[in-house]
Design a protein around this ligand. Structure first.
Ligand SMILES: Cc1cc2nc3c(=O)[nH]c(=O)nc-3n(C[C@H](O)[C@H](O)[C@H](O)COP(=O)(O)OP(=O)(O)OC[C@H]3O[C@@H](n4cnc5c(N)ncnc54)[C@H](O)[C@@H]3O)c2cc1C
Length: 544
């Protein structure tokens, strides 16, 4: 294998690039912004691993079972087994490149409790785990950059993949510095572009991760999976731009949820689910908060000041900065918000898509989390998937012939120029806002046939508007050309939600509240001649 392009430079993209470069592959690591601004830096809670250094009853098989159970048995058993079995090695790799984990009295990585886990197994670096992992990976990437193996290219936004006869040969990128679209050829493309936040507007995630890549690839023939499973995090606070996460660590350290009734605190999670009620899986806590129909608060004020200082410093700073609350003295007003996408690009166990030489890793790929993700498992999956993909790719042959796609780049530039000649009557961002409002209403915490069909009607209308849309010169060209891909992804998600006539994990249908054996399979969706085709992957074809 001679070269590869990795699109997206969060944790999964960087791990892929580093491992490929270490195997001698030349990598173009492309993203609009530096890694230090990727969503990965926001991860606060930690990364899961059962370490042989820790005895206390936990085991890798318990981690596997918790992950499968949390995902309502939709995630592939083999894939989850590989994920959990690799966790200890991943922690050791991260320690080896300079990630400093918080330690317990015995000097071993300390672990905190996180919802849905039967043991404390979430390793953390204070409350800045993601930041520390990104920093260490950036240093590794720089070392390989100096060796001429990684080229980091900033200001590059994915436009489309170069695919011929079911094989990928590269990608078109919009270059923010030059304002044009150019073709990059390669042996293998790895997509590592994160979640699909633009579908829901204000979420806890990064606005950089808008889902466009998944939507565009879908239109180009790539299959997507499990799009109906969108995780709502139960404890977020409202700010003007986005929702900010109050880390699960706050409940892991003993935080209690309550609402007020007749002047009395009602600890509704503990009343319904017992002493561990506050740490129930995220979908259950989110639904309970939503169904309570009252203002809900999270209380950590009974913890010792020193514990808040050492274990929850970022939660303390966040609440002080954004809502002026001192968590050592007052409860935090919280509400659920979209936080993570279990669904995404369908990949085989080696992380290749249904298009040869096109891979997907990290949050943009759907593999390990089934119907719901356990906290701490996505950082693990980001590192693990990058390692798996790199191992597979490094062993592949270099492509002898590469078809010429220069006409595709010319056509894309012509489209961009044509858009620039006219002014839009519909501002692009207005349509994006309307679409996200639709998605929040139709595919929120609780959905129904009626709400989903309303959503489909609205998104189909926005798609028809987008087709007639001309250039909105008040926003970057990227926002113009990405609109159709984002709307198509939204439409595909609604089709998945419509097809799954049951409730499972993060997908709750008020008209079909039960979990049914008939639907015990992943949802796979493809796009054929403008039609959205959903099937249930009962044969587990994506497990091979
Ligand atoms: C607030 C918050 C807290 C979290 N805490 C935890 C936690 O404690 N533990 C845990 O396990 N998980 C946590 N998660 C989830 C976890 O952080 C993510 O799933 C993980 O970091 C995703 O990594 P990634 O490499 O897949 O993507 P990201 O880190 O999101 O990186 C995506 C990259 O793709 C680039 N990109 C996007 N679109 C394009 C495009 N069109 N063209 C080119 N490049 C593009 C971006 O610029 C970026 O470089 C948290 C998430 C949030 C939002």
């Amino acid at each position: 294998m001679r070269d590869a392009i990795v699109i997206g430079s969060g944790i999964s993209g960087m791990v892929t690039a580093i491992k490929l470069a270490e195997a001698g592959v030349h990598v173009l690591l492309a993203s609009p912004f530096p890694s230090e601004r990727s969503q990965s830096v926001m991860a606060a809670g930690g990364i899961n691993a059962v370490m042989s250094r820790h005895e206390e009853g936990d085991s890798v098989s318990a981690h596997i079972e918790d992950t499968l159970k949390g995902g309502c048995y939709l995630a592939g058993e083999e894939a989850v087994k590989g994920l959990c079995e690799s966790a200890e090695e991943i922690i050791e790799y991260l320690e080896g490149i300079g990630v400093v984990f918080s330690v317990d009295e015995a000097g071993r990585p300390a672990r905190r409790a996180v919802g849905g886990h039967s043991y404390r197994r979430t390793c953390y670096c204070g409350s800045s785990t993601g930041k520390q992992i990104v920093s260490a990976l950036v240093m590794e990437a720089r070392r390989l950059e100096a060796a001429g193996l990684i080229k980091r290219a900033l200001g590059k936004c994915f436009h489309s993949a170069l695919i011929k006869d079911g094989v990928c040969y590269g990608a078109l990128f919009f270059d923010e510095a030059f304002g044009n679209i150019s073709a990059e050829y390669t042996d293998v493309v790895v997509v590592a572009t994160g979640g699909q936040n633009a579908l829901f507007g204000k979420t806890t995630g990064s606005t950089q991760c808008d889902g466009y890549t998944a939507g565009e690839l879908f239109m180009q023939g790539v299959e997507l999976k499990n799009l109906e499973f969108v995780q709502f995090h139960p404890t977020t606070i409202e700010t003007s731009q986005k929702r900010m996460l109050v880390s699960e660590a706050a409940r892991g350290e003993g935080g209690r949820l309550f609402y007020m009734d007749n002047g009395e605190r009602v600890y509704f999670m503990e009343e319904k689910y017992g002493p561990k009620g506050n740490l129930m899986p995220r979908d259950i806590v989110s639904r309970e908060i939503y169904s309570a129909g009252k203002d809900v608060f999270l209380d950590v004020s009974f913890l010792k000041d020193s514990d808040i200082e050492s274990r929850l410093p970022e939660v303390r700073d966040l609440c002080k900065k954004y809502i002026g609350i001192d968590i050592a003295k007052e409860p935090i007003p919280v509400a659920p918000s979209v936080h993570f996408f279990m669904g995404g690009i369908a990949v085989h166990k080696n992380h290749e898509t249904n298009i040869r030489d096109l891979f997907a890793v990290g949050e943009c790929a759907s593999m390990y989390h089934g119907a719901n993700r356990l906290g701490g498992n996505s950082l693990l999956a980001a590192v693990h998937s990058g390692m798996i993909a790199a191992r597979e790719i490094a062993g592949r042959d270099t492509k002898e012939d590469r078809p010429d796609f220069s006409s595709a780049a010319e056509e894309a530039n012509r489209m961009l120029d044509k858009m620039k000649d006219t002014k839009s009557v519909f501002p692009v961002m207005y349509i994006r806002d309307m679409a996200s409002e639709t998605m929040n209403k139709s595919m929120g915490i609780i959905r129904s046939e009626e709400s989903i069909n309303e959503g489909i009607k609205d998104i189909d209308y926005y798609l028809s508007v987008a087709e007639r849309l001309s250039y909105d010169n008040s926003v970057l060209p990227y926002f113009n050309y990405s609109l159709t891909g984002i709307l198509t992804l939204a439409r595909a998600a609604l089709s998945c939600a419509e097809s799954r006539k049951e409730s499972r994990g993060a997908h709750y249908r008020s008209d079909h509240p039960d979990t049914l054996d008939d639907y015990a399979a992943a949802t796979v969706i493809s796009y054929e001649n403008g039609q959205y085709k959903v099937r249930f992957d009962k044969e587990n074809e994506y497990e091979s």
